[in-house]
Design a protein. Structure first.
Length: 199
């Protein structure tokens, strides 16, 4: 008889067991992203009701940066324009993003198909953006992001292919066992009929 769906799922997972350690490495990467963004969001919340322009100016001075230069000036301008409402919105967006990454990491750790599809699609969405940034400005950070993201998406895509092949193997085995069971039943019936006929 055909196996129960849970038994079939565990057979498929055991078929791809050697790849689970790599899948769990991806889960750790996604979980780390989630934790990092969550910490950043909590950091944003800690800035509420503070004079952010003065804080930005103090940081620029502390690191001996020239406030007239491009990036320090942008940083000070950003501090001057961040309101408590904007900080709340940014912290809420960070919490939402972190929640998605942590749920995805949980699903990947437990080899859930929905998590693999979600990770592959969400990672694939960023690749054109990363290529665009790399074309306009080559930096080690952009190159590293594109490389890591491409490796993760390629691995998950290959993992899906292996999963589908595993499903086919299990389905074929189910059909073979079902056809073997049916053949056995037909033979048993013929033997019983032959016995009854000989009596």
């Amino acid at each position: 008889m055909a196996d129960h769906p849970k038994v079939r799922e565990s057979a498929i997972v055991s078929h791809i067991h050697p790849r689970l350690s790599a899948l769990r490495a991806v889960a750790l990467l996604e979980g780390a992203k989630g934790v990092l963004v969550l910490v950043a969001g909590l950091g944003l919340l800690s800035l509420i009701h503070h004079d952010l322009q003065r804080l930005a100016e103090d940081l620029v001075r502390h690191f001996h940066l020239n406030p007239a230069r491009h990036f320090p000036r942008i940083f000070i301008h950003l501090g001057a324009n961040l309101t408590d409402r904007r900080l709340w919105l940014m912290a809420a967006a960070a919490a939402l993003y972190a929640s998605m990454r942590l749920v995805e990491a949980y699903g990947l750790w437990h080899a859930r198909k929905w998590a693999e599809w979600f990770a592959m699609l969400s990672g694939g969405i960023y690749i054109p953006i990363e290529v665009y940034h790399l074309v306009h400005r080559v930096t080690w950070a952009n190159l590293l992001l594109l490389t890591v993201n491409s490796i993760v998406v390629a691995y998950l895509s290959n993992h899906q292919k292996v999963y589908v092949e595993g499903m086919k193997d299990v389905a074929e085995r189910d059909l073979m066992s079902l056809s073997g069971y049916t053949t056995l039943n037909h033979r048993s019936c013929r033997v019983l009929r032959a016995r009854d006929g000989s009596r």
